[in-house]
Design a protein around this ligand. Structure first.
Ligand SMILES: [Zn+2]
Ligand SMILES: [Zn+2]
Length: 159
């Protein structure tokens, strides 16, 4: 078992991600859009997990004051489809959260129910077991969301 961290994307990574997005956008016959690219950049550079609202707040803080919530809601699924971000922390409540998926390794999450801290980890045995289970049930595994809940060390001390 090892903890996973997410080194920030450098400018080269950001360009590669935007190229990948453009390919998907063009494949759909959509035009490129500066606003879409701005949402993509903010999502790729967001540290940690975010809701659509949090991303909107970040965009506005960065000076894109006129960004509409509807735009963010429309762009996020496209970013997921392009493999730039993925949905995570599905069962944590308060809306879906997203995180960068581009040039990041697969990981699972454990969430402190008290302070909401999220720790990312990778445990190969989990991955192997999940493939075994799927195989036994006649499935070809295409993905999974594995979320653990608990109380972190700090919060245990506080009670
Ligand atoms: Zn905690
Ligand atoms: Zn994560």
């Amino acid at each position: 078992m090892r903890r996973v961290n997410a080194p920030a994307l450098d400018s080269g990574g950001l360009e590669r991600a935007l190229e990948q997005l453009r390919a998907v956008v063009h494949g759909k016959g959509l035009k490129s859009s500066g606003v879409r690219d701005a949402v993509a950049r903010a999502a790729l550079q967001y540290e940690g997990h975010f809701t659509a609202e949090e991303l909107l707040t970040e965009l506005r803080a960065q000076g894109a004051a006129d960004t509409h919530a509807a735009t963010v809601y429309r762009v996020l699924p496209l970013l997921v489809e392009a493999g730039l971000i993925q949905e995570s922390l599905l069962s944590a409540g308060q809306g879906h959260r997203y995180e960068r998926a581009f040039e990041r390794e697969h990981h699972d999450h454990i969430i402190c129910t008290s302070c909401k801290k999220v720790v990312e980890f990778e445990f190969e045995a989990f991955e192997v077991l999940q493939r075994d289970i799927s195989e036994h049930l006649g499935f070809r595994l295409t993905g999974h969301v594995h979320e653990l809940f608990g109380v972190c060390k700090n919060c245990q001390r506080a009670t």
